[in-house]
Design a protein around this ligand. Structure first.
Ligand code: PLP
Length: 273
């Protein structure tokens, strides 16, 4: 396995990041997960735009997006696989203990892992913790993911693959690594970005391609929605067949199945929509 670290394609075993990297010591970093199909990254321009937005939000130096693109190409060429996840990580860099970031410049790592195609539907749970819709990190894709790790562990204990959060005012927000959609009377709705969710790239494409509406939704919409689905880079569009104790037999239902079809067709047509 070859990875990109600070300007060089190198063997994974040989690659070294400092134990004082600010990303490791304080979670001062941002990332993107990009799907690759037959060696081609999907929606890379949108991912790079979000990487730059996250860097600005965190006050990190502007990433060199040409280098990130070259790094993605190099890693994909060096590690052929049918379906992959590129992981772009960009951190505050080496900062000896007690010093602020910035003295040595940021760290850029691009790595790749193989993934299996997602099942058509999955189980979810809600968690009692909230997303902060007005936090300093709201909307940024930072490496400070521990809250999601805890919530996902809660989901796994209950045989589910995703945990769903409400925000601080009780509105449906998002999953640990996905956005959420509900079908009500044949119409598709998803929480607006102002709910505190990440502006998911799959979410944006699903809104554009299915005409889903951005609507403030109370968390208990999950108890009455006709259908529920998730979107993310690695799930694409995925139906939900259980939320907490509620079963949704036959998931993915007809509206979700159509959204899946539309998404697959449009994504196959254009790898950088
Ligand atoms: N919400 C969170 C918190 C995420 O981490 C992710 C992706 O990792 C998403 C939503 C979905 O975003 P995307 O469709 O860009 O993968």
């Amino acid at each position: 396995m070859k990875i990109w670290l600070d300007g060089i394609l190198q063997d994974l075993e040989a690659a070294r990041v400092s134990v004082f990297d600010h990303g490791l010591t304080v979670g001062d970093g941002i990332f993107e997960t990009v799907k690759s199909v037959d060696g081609k990254p999907f929606a890379l321009t949108r991912h790079l735009d979000r990487l730059a937005r996250s860097a600005r939000g965190l006050g990190l130096p502007e990433p060199d997006l040409d280098e990130v693109r070259r790094a993605c190409d190099a890693v994909l060429d060096a590690n052929p696989m049918p379906l992959g996840r590129l992981r772009i990580t960009y951190t505050g860099g080496l900062s000896p203990l007690g010093s602020d970031r910035g003295e040595h410049g940021p760290t850029l790592v691009v790595a790749l892992g193989e993934v299996a195609r997602r099942p058509d539907s999955t189980a979810t749970v809600t968690v009692p913790w909230t997303r902060n819709e007005r936090g300093a990190l709201t909307g940024l894709k930072t490496t400070s993911y521990a809250e999601n790790v805890v919530a996902l562990a809660r989901a796994r204990e209950q045989g589910a693959s995703e945990a769903l959060f409400a925000n601080t005012v009780g509105q449906l927000c998002e999953g640990t690594g996905s956005n959420v959609f509900v079908v009500l009377d044949g119409e598709i709705h998803t929480p607006p970005v102002a709910s505190g969710c990440l502006a998911g790239i799959t979410r944006a494409l699903a809104v554009e391609w299915t005409g889903a509406k951005e609507t403030d939704l109370p968390l208990d919409v999950l108890e009455r929605a006709d259908e529920i689905f998730l979107t993310s880079t690695l799930r694409d569009v995925q139906g939900v067949h259980r939320v907490d104790g509620r079963e949704l037999p036959g998931a993915p239902g007809p509206v979700t199945a159509k959204a899946m079809r539309v998404f697959d067709e449009r994504a196959a047509d254009d790898v950088d929509p």
